[in-house]
Design a binder for this molecule. Structure first.
Ligand code: CA
Ligand code: CA
Length: 487
């Protein structure tokens, strides 16, 4: 690599930089005066704890605005907190360039919890429900209560005011409850984006299934769909004995994660709130999660298993929440049904999730919302499909890339130190099309996408005794940081 260059430039000042925008998947047309690319909503009690997460995302070119439910309650007019949150989110997505929504906390019954869910009613031939938490309500342009009776999502009375995500904005819920949960999850996210295994972890997919009749469907999911979007990918099968493959025992499930070779897992079969049911009634419960030792090798998991994603139950946590919250182990994202799911349709939706995320190279949250967008036409026609569109949730950080290739750690070079004043800072890397951010400790912030040869130039005005922090990141890279002191 050539040595980094440093040019003096009198004409440019910090105020002339503006915000460089990386070419994210949804940056087109973004011209917000004060961009909050990510909006993270949480309780007043957890707002401070989320700041390291927000600082990390900013370095990756995704500035985060944290708003507490208290701030939202004070700033927006509406009948209840959920409706205030919905209006706040629409304001951000419609006017402020926000492209990801993070519901930064768990919900509890009756509008309680860190970030309450919107309970919606569903009466279908598959069952009657009064309280399906519909997180897609938060992206809706309308309030899901046409008849204003305070009952949301009624198929007959409210249909006019129900709409579905279009996939432009990614949404996910990180169902944490405590300051310790937030810290543990933030550490896992930083690891996922900077210390991801540089092996074939990214391209290895495992399917688990103790139900013989479902095996052919899962094999089709791989052969007809995922193998086509996961370049050089490989598949592992943990099916019940007679279908060959690896027996699906709790010990083998623990080994699958602790083996640190498989970054993508799809789990089929029966589930309960507190666990996945495996072969011969073996189960994955918190006992197995306590045995996980997969630090820095965190998979993304999809599952069709009933109730495994029931984050809103009074009893906490559900098994998907345990996987998300487990410190230094478990998963970074779990996509799971909040109630029964429906094995055939849910498998299709999960396959679509991987296809969208890997094929279109969009974030986990956008991939999930594209799945919902695909379900919208059917959901408008049938109460049952509407229920299906509501009950799958992305638990985890919606801004994450699904990582379709093994990342590498870029080499980055810049000057050892800078003189104070106006200058053009040249950063050289071996990472073409990476996102390169620049921060100082006085609020200066700029983001650019590196060129074909991996380089960028930042015109800027640096302040004496400050420190410039350069971060190089992207879906194909493990993020690296370079600090440059200003003398
Ligand atoms: Ca209503
Ligand atoms: Ca919960």
């Amino acid at each position: 690599m050539k040595p980094a260059l440093l040019f003096a430039s009198a004409a440019l000042t910090a105020s002339g930089i503006g915000l460089g925008h990386p070419e994210h998947e949804f940056m087109a047309g973004l011209s917000a005066p004060s961009p909050a690319t990510v909006l993270l909503i949480t309780s007043p009690e957890l707002a401070e704890a989320w700041k390291p997460f927000a600082a990390w995302k900013k370095r990756l070119g995704k500035p985060v605005r944290i708003l507490s439910t208290k701030q939202i309650a004070e700033r927006y007019e509406a009948p209840d907190l959920q409706e205030k949150i919905r209006r706040c989110i629409r304001n951000h997505t419609d006017h402020l360039g926000t492209r990801w929504i993070i519901l930064g906390g768990d919900s509890q019954k009756n509008g309680k919890g860190v970030v309450p869910d919107r309970d919606t009613v569903h009466h279908t031939k598959f069952g009657d429900y009064d309280d399906i938490p519909a997180d897609i309500y938060y992206l809706s342009k309308k309030d899901w209560d046409s008849d204003n009776d305070g009952i949301y999502g009624e198929w007959d009375d409210d249909r006019e005011s129900i709409d579905y995500p279009d996939g432009d904005v990614g949404l996910g819920r990180i169902p944490v409850r405590t300051v310790e949960d937030v810290k543990a999850y933030t550490d896992k996210i930083i690891a996922y984006e900077s210390r991801y295994p540089e092996s074939n972890f990214a391209t290895s997919m495992a399917y688990t299934c103790p139900v013989p009749s479902a095996v052919s469907e899962l094999q089709a999911s791989w052969h007809e769909h995922l193998s086509k979007v996961l370049d050089g990918g490989s598949v592992q099968e943990f099916f019940s004995g007679e279908n060959g493959g690896n027996p699906l025992t709790p010990a083998n499930w623990v080994n699958l994660l602790n083996g640190r070779k498989t970054g993508k897992i799809h789990m089929h079969g029966q589930g309960l709130h507190h666990g996945w049911i495996l072969e011969d009634n073996g189960m994955v419960t918190t006992d197995q999660i306590a045995q996980l030792r997969n630090e820095n090798a965190y998979p993304i998991i999809t599952t069709v298993s009933c109730f495994t994603g029931e984050f809103d139950r009074g009893k906490d946590p559900c098994i998907a929440e345990s996987m998300i919250r487990q410190p230094k182990a478990g998963a970074v994202v779990v996509v799971a049904p909040v109630r029964e799911g429906r094995p055939d349709g849910t498998t299709r939706s999960m396959t679509q999730f991987w296809k969208q995320g890997l094929g279109k190279k969009v974030s986990a949250g956008a991939a999930m919302m594209l799945v919902k967008a695909d379900l919208a036409a059917e959901a408008r026609k049938s109460a049952y499909h509407h229920l299906c569109a509501c009950e799958l949730n992305l638990l985890g950080d919606p801004t994450l890339s699904l990582r379709g290739t093994a990342p590498r750690t870029p080499k980055v070079a810049g000057p050892r130190e800078l003189p104070a004043g106006n200058l053009s800072l040249v950063i050289e890397s071996d990472a073409p099309h990476s996102i390169i951010s620049l921060l100082d400790n006085f609020g200066l912030y700029a983001v650019q996408v590196s060129d074909e040869s991996g380089n960028v130039v930042f015109p800027l005005n640096v302040v004496k005794d400050s420190t410039i922090t350069i971060t190089v990141s992207g879906p194909g890279y493990n993020a690296v940081t370079l600090e440059i002191p200003v003398r």
